[in-house]
Write a protein that binds this ligand. Structure first.
Ligand code: 3HC
Length: 693
């Protein structure tokens, strides 16, 4: 058989040709891989000794999709469609043998085979939507034909990876074969096909599920309505839905044309560029130049958490979820009991929604123990302090921990603002002190800011990042500065939002702009949720800010039914005439005259100072790279992923425009505002953050 390839081998096993792809790390469909499929299958078809063909992969996974790194480059070699046609039109049965994950173009390749077998641990999915795309190699037309419209809608708009057993149930996979024996199983399956003279099943020709769907055109409108909130702002889900509609209403080849047109539209969109950027940013964020991958870590088998409030309890759940025992320490039994019962409630709510069994709830609760004595933490491998934000309290606590906790343990603080270097001075082991800043609710939010102090060792950084990964967080490394990466940038926005209140904008005007931009809520709705009285004391309150006046009027946020907004019993927010009057009176007292502020100004005044702060964070070396800042804002604050994060967004606006606008607004931005020299320099040189190395 005339076939050779740098990424594949072809051998014949008693009449069954086995084409094995081997292109690490994930057998993505690069030009050599597409060529290998096309030419390998052709060689097998041309060989009279071959009766059936198996397509299988070496390494960790079946084809995990198109080569994302190749997007935007000039196409080379045969198209994926040409390779698929070679398989689908083969006069000999072609069987895809799946392990790991068959994703995107990988699943589309398998769908162009006549049959599919998989090991039980395999998963299949069309995750293109997560990259702001749709399956562009026939997947939108083939998937609904095989699994039906409802399931295709769900799979393609969520990008979920579906376990092999479910794939079998819905017909996507024809047979499961024994784990670890994929090749033998696939070859045996091919022999069975031949023995039983099974037809060459082409998914493109299946029509029964389409006939069924044509009777229920309302399914699309219902699906759109049910998911409107989830899809808000994103282009790709709607484009995916339109392709499935085409699958129902158009002949296969017409449907392919619709798919191509909509795919091209998405591929050229800023949204997809942003989402692809985020895909790589999420993988970059783990890489720390001076902490190599082989840095030794502390094995974390037992965790101690100090403070069983909302934060401490939420943090504890992360560890219990992955089977790590936690000791929670409080100063009062009542606080401890309350903390543990909140955790139990959270788990029981999850169980009620069917996402945990009662037994799992109990298993997790058994991993949590409480104590009123710090000495209970002596043998923990990692301590996370989550008490209230007071430097003296924290220093005293760390001094005590230093005496109690075994040497070599990680001493972490969950502070969101305080100087970790100063906290570390309270111990004799500053190299072991680190920040692990969780975001509220800590059991839900994906972000973990790992904060390295001046003296924090590489081992502690590697351990904190590693445990972050283990508990399912995305961890971003920050240096020490007030607010670290996330809250420091938030502050830049808050200052402008507050300033605009004093110029005439109402909280809901500002919030609307931020919400429409794609964040889950604006700054004032966020303050109401957090509580306006955080750090407010009635006896010291002097009506010197709007917030103070609101608190004095007992408008302390959602919990009191009123804050910047008025809330009904279901906590729906309504603009408040009371707040409006408070703001107007406050302005009058200060002699300020309200003016009309445009939505454009609101947006630019909120966002551009954030970009400026991000640039300062980079020039000070607080963040390693711009994309880490974007990861923080996407995962900690709900920045819309389709806008790529504040730094990526700045690139799409143009850094020169950002700088020009900041200069124009400078007189309003506050006495302390300065433009970042790095931002100014990059703008002058026509550079982009995403090209920064
Ligand atoms: N193209 C290029 N590189 C890819 C890739 C792809 N499709 N998928 C993964 N990689 C790279 C990663 O960047 C990473 O590189 P690095 O080691 O240099 O950082 C390496 O492969 C390993 O990836 P992970 O760290 O993510 O490894 P995991 O084992 O955790 O996960 C995976 C493996 C589940 C396959 C995960 O990488 C993944 O989800 N990949 C993307 C899958 C995807 O989106 N496919 C659809 C692509 S679009 C498409 O197919 C269009 C088509 O319809 C025409």
């Amino acid at each position: 058989m005339a076939f050779s390839s740098p990424v594949a081998k072809l051998d014949v096993d008693n009449g069954i040709a086995v084409l094995t792809l081997d292109s690490p790390p994930v057998n993505a469909l690069s030009a050599p891989v597409r060529t290998a499929i096309h030419d390998g299958v052709k060689a097998a078809i041309d060989d009279p000794a071959v009766q059936a063909i198996v397509l299988i992969c070496d390494g960790r996974t079946f084809i995990a999709g198109a080569d994302i790194t190749g997007f935007g480059k000039a196409p080379e070699g045969p198209t994926l469609q040409a390779a698929q046609n070679m398989m689908e039109n083969s006069p000999k049965p072609v069987v895809a043998a799946i392990h790991g994950t068959a994703l995107g173009g990988g699943l589309e390749t398998a769908l162009a085979c006549h049959y599919r077998v998989a090991v039980p641990s395999a998963k299949c999915g069309l995750p293109e939507v997560k990259l702001g795309l749709l399956p562009g190699a026939g997947g939108t037309q083939r998937l609904p034909r095989i699994v039906g419209v409802q399931r295709a809608l769900e799979m393609m708009t969520s990008g979920e990876h579906v376990p092999a057993k479910q794939c079998l149930e819905m017909g996507l996979v024809d047979e499961l074969v024994e784990e670890g024996k994929l090749r033998e199983g696939a070859v045996a399956f091919a022999r069975k096909l031949l023995a039983e003279k099974r037809p060459l099943k082409k998914v493109r020709d299946l029509d029964d599920k389409m006939i069924e769907a044509r009777k229920h055109p309302e399914i699309f409108a219902e699906f759109r309505k049910a998911n409107a909130r989830k899809f808000r702002g994103f282009m790709a889900p709607e484009h995916n839905i339109r392709c499935i509609e085409a699958a129902v209403n158009q002949p296969f080849d017409e449907g392919l044309k619709t798919e191509r047109a909509l795919f091209t539209e998405l591929m050229n969109s800023v949204q997809s560029a942003a989402q692809r950027y985020v895909f790589f940013a999420e993988r970059q964020v783990w890489k720390i130049p001076d902490v190599p991958a082989d840095t030794p870590v502390v094995p974390v088998k037992k965790v101690g958490i100090i403070g069983a409030g909302t934060m401490g309890g939420g943090i504890a759940m992360n560890f219990a979820n992955v089977g790590i025992p936690v000791t929670l320490v409080e100063t009062r039994q009542e606080a401890l009991d309350r903390g543990l019962s909140v955790v139990r409630n959270n788990y029981e709510n999850t169980a009620r929604r069917g996402r945990l069994t009662v037994e799992q709830v109990e298993q997790r609760m058994r991993l949590l123990s409480g104590s009123l004595d710090l000495n209970a933490l002596a043998d923990c491998d990692m301590i996370i302090e989550a008490v209230f934000e007071n430097m003296e309290v924290k220093k005293e606590l760390f001094a005590n921990l230093d005496k109690i906790v075994k040497q070599g343990a990680v001493l972490a603080t969950n502070t969101s603002a305080l100087d970790i270097n100063e906290i570390a001075t309270a111990t004799s082991r500053p190299q072991d002190v680190i920040g692990m800043h969780f975001f509220s609710p800590a059991n839900v939010m994906r972000l973990l800011e790992v904060v390295r102090g001046e003296k924090t060792s590489a081992t502690m950084i590697a351990t904190a990042m590693g445990i972050g990964k283990k508990i399912g967080k995305i961890a971003a490394l920050s240096g020490v500065c007030p607010g670290f990466i996330g809250n420091r940038i938030l502050r830049a926005r808050t200052l402008q939002a507050q300033a605009m209140l004093m110029e005439g904008a109402m909280p809901w005007d500002i919030d609307k702009v931020i919400y429409d931009f794609g964040l889950p809520m604006g700054p004032f709705a966020m303050s109401d949720l957090a509580g306006l009285d955080l750090g407010w004391f009635r006896e010291r309150s002097t009506s010197s800010t709007i917030r103070e006046v609101l608190c004095e009027a007992d408008r302390r946020g959602q919990k009191t039914g009123a804050g910047f907004y008025d809330y009904d019993e279901k906590r729906n927010a309504k603009p408040s005439p009371v707040t409006e009057k408070i703001i107007r009176d406050f302005m009058a007292k200060q002699g300020a005259t309200p003016r009309q502020i445009s939505e454009t100004e609101i947006l630019e005044r909120c966002i551009y100072p954030m970009i400026n702060e991000g640039a300062k964070i980079l020039e000070e070396g607080i963040a390693i790279r711009p994309s880490d800042i974007d990861i923080v804002w996407i995962n900690g604050y709900g920045w819309p992923v389709y806008r790529g994060g504040p730094m990526f967004y700045a690139d799409t606006v143009g850094l020169d425009k950002v700088v020009a606008k900041l200069k124009e607004y400078a007189p309003k931005l506050g006495a302390d505002f300065t433009i970042s020299p790095l931002l100014e320099k990059m703008a002058a040189e026509g550079k982009r953050f995403q090209d920064m190395k």
